[in-house]
Design a protein around this ligand. Structure first.
Ligand SMILES: [Zn+2]
Length: 275
């Protein structure tokens, strides 16, 4: 039987990314070129081409800017979930500040007129880590049923919970966790769930890893951002390593996504979790 994997899009614009926050302040967002509409439309067309439904973790700020786009995503049968409002890392927030940001994001989705119940959350930069587990109870308190923010790796300086489970599991009594996908190769956990890892390595690497994950009877979750399909976005002067991670292979993403959708079966997070 073919395993159905989860496809997810973190719906934010090019200037919301954490590594750029030193250069583009949150207060400047309103004066910055909004480009996410065109790139998201291209993603939606690709999903239509393969009859794929996906989960969109929508940033509340974008929902307020582009309510028609969010309604369109909803109407096309995709799942709408939340990515918070201001794209702040949970590691930098107090529980009170996190709750406020989460509630604002849910209200923004409500203002768009999204018909479906919001069940899922993904933290900016995977910032559900050991020290921010308190956030999970706040999510459940506001009606969420799953989180997809934990990277089960121990080698990244900014995120990850080393040794945590690889398949979806109950992370608290009330909340499911759908961890970002890694593959175990010779005792090492290699991320193969999208984003920069998808752009950095050849497509054959992702395909090899996801096939291995599915052979182990595990569903994978894949993620991308619309700005990763936008090679013409403004390029900022960043340190070379950040520049490489941010802008490497942007021209190849769309073609690779097309191949990925051809080679694997994807659906929404809530469907894979049977919620
Ligand atoms: Zn994000």
């Amino acid at each position: 039987m073919t395993i159905r994997n989860a496809m997810s899009i973190d719906l934010e614009d090019w200037f919301c990314v954490y590594v750029l926050s030193q250069t583009i302040d949150r207060q400047d967002w309103d004066n910055t070129e909004l480009r996410v509409l065109q790139s998201t439309r291209r993603v939606l067309d690709l999903f239509d081409k393969y009859n794929t439904r996906a989960t969109f973790f929508v940033l509340g700020y974008i929902a307020d800017k582009l309510p028609d786009l969010i309604r369109d995503i909803d109407a096309r049968g995709h799942e709408i979930a939340t990515h918070g409002y201001n794209h702040q890392l949970i590691t930098r927030l107090t529980p009170g500040e996190f709750e406020k940001d989460l509630v604002e994001s849910l209200e923004a989705l409500g203002r768009c007129g999204v018909g479906q119940e919001i069940l899922g959350y993904r933290a900016p930069s995977f910032s559900v880590v050991e020290e921010t587990r308190w956030a999970l109870d706040i999510m459940a308190h506001h009606g969420l049923q799953y989180d997809s923010s934990v990277f089960p790796i121990g080698f990244h300086p900014d995120y990850g919970i080393a040794g945590s489970p690889l398949a979806p599991y109950k992370i608290t009594d009330d909340l499911w966790e759908f961890p970002l996908t890694v593959v175990d190769v010779l005792g090492r956990r290699l991320p193969c769930s999208g984003g920069g890892y998808f752009r950095l390595f050849p497509y054959s690497f992702t395909r090899y890893c996801l096939k291995k994950v599915n052979r182990q009877q595990r569903p994978a979750v894949f993620y991308l951002h619309p700005w990763e399909l936008d090679p013409d976005q403004p390029r900022l002067d960043l340190p070379w390593d950040k520049k490489f991670r941010q802008y490497n292979n942007l021209r190849k993403t769309e073609k690779r996504l097309d191949k990925l959708l051809r080679d694997f079966e994807f659906t929404t997070m809530r469907e894979v979790l049977s919620l």
